[in-house]
Design a protein around this ligand. Structure first.
Ligand SMILES: Cc1cc2nc3c(=O)[nH]c(=O)nc-3n(C[C@H](O)[C@H](O)[C@H](O)COP(=O)(O)OP(=O)(O)OC[C@H]3O[C@@H](n4cnc5c(N)ncnc54)[C@H](O)[C@@H]3O)c2cc1C
Ligand code: SF4
Ligand code: SF4
Length: 429
C-alpha cells in the first residue's frame, strides 16, 4: 500500500478552516473542498458572535485570507466529492469541480460585470431576502471575491439569447464562457468531514405562519437583516423595506418536536438577537418565548442574565406545540399556553423563529459514498464506543463541528483540533 501524507477536508466552515491551517502548519498538503463559491461557512452570515458580540468578519476574514494564500492548501470551491475508494493511509478521492466561468487569478473582484447582467435571481445565500444576477458573488466581502455564473440561468450558457454583456464589461478578460466542469483526483491518507449543518424548513410546521405572514422570520434571516453586508446593509427594516418593528417576539426551540433533540445554539442565538434588537431599537418591546433554556458554557449564563435584565422579557410557554401565530389588524398575534396552562397571547410586529439545526443537505449521500454511519438524527456518527471521539465508523475518516451534531463555534473548533491530533497520529505512524 502507498501511504499518503496528504489530507482531504470537506467543508470550509470554522471547523474545516481551523483543521486546514493546523495541518498545513504541520507540513501536510491539504485539499479543502467546499460546495459553495465562497469559504467561511455559516459564521460569515453572522454580524456578531456570542458570547462577546465579537465582529464575525474580524474573526473569520483573516483566517479565510490565510487559507487562500497558503501554498499547502489547495482550495476547491464549487466542488463536491463524488467517490472515495481505498482505506486509511491510501484513499483515492474523485471531486467534481463545477465550472464558475471566471478565472480566479485574472478576476480583480471589481464588480463591473454584475450590474449589466439582465437576469434577476433570488439570492438563496441571503436567505431569499434579496436578488442576485446570473453572474454573482453571494454577498459583499465574499472570499474568494470572484463571481461565478449560474449556467442554467445565464442566457448565453443556456442558449436562449446571444447575451455577452458581462464579458464586454470585464476589462480584465477574466470571464471564460468555454470553461467546463472538471474531475479532480486526489490521493490522501486521511479525510475530515466538516460539512456543518442546515436549518429546519419551518414552513413545514403548522400554525407558525412562516411563508404566509411577511412579519415572520427565521433566525438565519434575522442574522442577515442585522448584518452590515446583508440585504438591508444592517438597517432593521421589515420585508417592505420601510417598516421598523416596534415589538418583536423571539420563539425558542422551533422544530424540537420534529427533530427530537436540543439544537444547542438557539437559546444563545435568541439571546443575541434580543441583545442586538435592544441596542439597535431601544424603544422596541422584545419578548423571548421559551419552554427550556440551554446555556452550555460557563460564560453563557451571564450573557443570558444580562439580556433578561436589560433587553427582553422572557415568557415561559407550557407546551411549544400549542403555539399559534396569526395576523390580526396588521399585527401578528402569538398565542401560547402560559405557565399556568392558560391561554395567553401577545401582539407584535415581528416574530423570529429560532429553528432547529439539521444535518447538512447532501450529507446523507456523502456519508454513504464514504461508507460512514449516520446517527438516528442523520448527523455523521462519531464512534459511539469511544468517549469524545471524532473518529467515524471508517478508519482514517474523521468528523468535526456541526457535521457531527449542533454546537457553537468554540466547540466546533475544539473538535476540529481533536481531529487534527488524530490525523497527525495516524499519518505519522
Ligand atoms: C442563527 C444562528 C446564529 C448563530 N450564532 C452563533 C454565535 O453567535 N456564536 C457561536 O459560537 N455560534 C453561533 N452559531 C453556531 C455556528 O453557526 C456554528 O457553530 C458553526 O457555523 C459551525 O461551523 P462548522 O464548520 O461545523 O459548519 P458550517 O459553518 O455549517 O460550515 C460547513 C461548510 O461545509 C460546506 N458543505 C456542506 N456540505 C458540503 C459538501 N457535501 N461538500 C462540500 N462542502 C460542504 C458548507 O457550504 C459550509 O461552508 C449560530 C447558529 C445559528 C443557526
Ligand atoms: S452572458 Fe449570462 S451572466 Fe453574462 S450578462 Fe449575459 S446572462 Fe448575465
Ligand atoms: S469578472 Fe471581470 S468585471 Fe467581474 S468582478 Fe471579475 S474582474 Fe471585475
Amino acid at each position: 500500500m502507498d501511504q499518503s501524507d496528504n489530507v482531504l477536508i470537506i467543508g470550509s466552515g470554522v471547523a474545516g478552516m481551523e483543521a486546514s491551517l493546523m495541518l498545513s502548519k504541520a507540513g501536510k498538503k491539504v485539499t479543502l473542498v467546499e460546495k459553495l463559491s465562497l469559504i467561511g461557512g455559516k459564521t460569515i452570515k453572522n454580524e456578531e458572535t456570542y458570547p462577546n458580540m465579537d465582529c464575525s468578519t474580524c474573526l473569520v476574514a483573516p483566517i479565510q485570507q490565510e487559507i487562500l494564500q497558503d501554498g499547502n492548501i489547495n482550495v476547491l470551491t464549487s466542488s463536491l466529492v463524488e467517490e472515495v475508494k481505498g482505506d486509511a493511509g491510501d484513499f483515492t478521492v474523485t471531486i467534481n469541480k463545477k465550472a464558475g466561468y471566471v478565472d480566479l487569478v485574472a478576476c480583480l473582484g471589481c464588480g463591473m460585470c454584475y450590474p449589466v447582467c439582465p437576469v434577476e435571481l433570488i439570492n438563496e445565500w441571503e436567505e431569499n431576502l434579496t436578488n442576485k444576477k446570473a453572474i454573482y458573488v453571494p454577498c459583499a466581502g465574499a472570499l474568494p471575491n470572484v463571481p461565478v455564473i449560474n449556467a442554467e440561468k445565464c442566457l448565453q450558457l443556456n442558449g436562449t439569447e446571444t447575451c455577452n454583456k458581462c464579458v464586454e464589461a470585464c476589462m480584465f478578460g477574466a470571464i471564460n464562457m468555454i470553461e467546463k466542469d472538471e474531475k479532480v483526483e486526489v490521493n490522501v491518507g486521511a479525510i475530515l468531514v466538516a460539512t456543518g449543518y442546515d436549518m429546519l424548513d419551518v414552513s413545514t410546521i403548522n400554525n407558525l405562519g412562516y411563508g404566509k405572514y411577511p412579519g415572520v422570520y427565521t433566525a438565519m434571516e434575522f442574522e442577515r437583516l442585522f448584518a452590515a453586508n446583508g440585504p438591508t446593509e444592517g438597517e432593521l427594516v421589515m420585508r417592505d423595506g420601510e417598516k421598523v418593528p416596534s415589538s418583536v417576539a423571539i420563539v425558542h426551540c422551533v422544530g424540537r418536536a420534529q427533530t427530537h433533540y436540543c439544537s444547542n445554539v438557539c437559546c444563545m442565538a435568541s439571546s443575541k438577537h434580543a441583545h442586538f434588537l435592544h441596542h439597535k431599537l431601544p424603544e422596541a418591546k422584545i419578548y423571548n418565548i421559551y419552554s427550556d433554556i440551554c446555556l452550555p458554557d460557563k460564560t453563557y449564563q451571564k450573557f443570558h442574565e444580562d439580556v433578561k435584565a436589560h433587553s427582553s422579557k422572557f415568557i415561559y410557554q407550557a407546551d411549544r406545540d400549542k403555539m399559534k401565530i396569526s395576523e390580526e389588524k396588521g399585527n401578528l398575534k402569538v398565542e401560547y399556553l402560559d405557565n399556568n396552562n392558560k391561554d395567553a397571547f401577545i401582539q407584535v410586529d415581528m416574530v423570529i423563529l429560532a429553528n432547529a439545526l439539521v444535518p447538512a443537505i447532501g450529507s446523507d449521500d456523502l456519508g454513504k459514498a464514504m461508507g460512514l454511519n449516520h446517527d438516528k438524527f442523520g448527523f455523521i456518527e462519531a464512534q459511539p464506543f469511544r468517549i469524545g471521539s471524532v473518529a467515524t465508523s471508517k478508519s482514517g475518516i474523521f468528523v468535526a463541528g456541526c457535521a457531527e451534531g449542533p454546537k457553537d463555534i468554540q466547540n466546533s473548533v475544539i473538535q476540529s483540533e481533536a481531529a487534527v491530533a488524530q490525523i497527525m497520529s495516524l499519518l505519522n505512524t
